[in-house]
Design a protein around this ligand. Structure first.
Ligand SMILES: [Zn+2]
Length: 143
């Protein structure tokens, strides 16, 4: 695992406005510290540069691990890449149901990301509902 400098870490955090780039919850609203994630893991040849790094909460990063895709069981059944926050725009892949706090995937990449990162787990839904009531979700980050 490559060492991530403090300057690079700061750049990743500022670009994300301290929001998890997968589930869109702010670090300010979670106790456990967030992590710099290699979008394409080093084991797959991903490099430690800003265009391959993102800011991720411990839940998303924990479920993602070094994975870069999954099977689109609700769609084609084919191996499909995960949402890439460096190359894709979040609102084009996910839609928030403001009544249920459910994240509705819009694309195959959105579907496999919701599935693999368990973005609609009870923990995520309960947290999103509370943050929405407080006007703190979704966290405002570019993209
Ligand atoms: Zn997250």
């Amino acid at each position: 695992m490559t060492y991530i400098t403090a300057a690079l870490r700061r750049e990743v955090i500022e670009r994300a406005n301290n929001c998890c780039e997968y589930c869109r919850v702010s670090q300010h609203d979670r106790v456990m510290p967030y992590e710099v994630d290699h979008v394409i893991a080093e084991k797959h040849g991903g490099v430690t540069t800003t265009d391959n790094l993102c800011w991720s909460c411990y839940l998303c990063n924990g479920y993602k691990g070094s994975d870069i895709g999954s099977v689109d069981w609700d769609g084609s059944g084919k191996l499909t890449p995960l949402f890439n926050p460096r190359q894709q725009q979040w609102p084009e892949h996910f839609m928030l149901d403001t009544t249920t706090a459910y994240l509705q995937p819009i694309t195959p990449e959105g579907r496999v990301t919701v599935f693999l990162l368990r973005l609609n787990s009870d923990e995520h839904i309960i947290s999103r509902r509370l943050l929405m009531q407080l006007g703190l979700y979704p966290c405002q980050s570019p993209g």
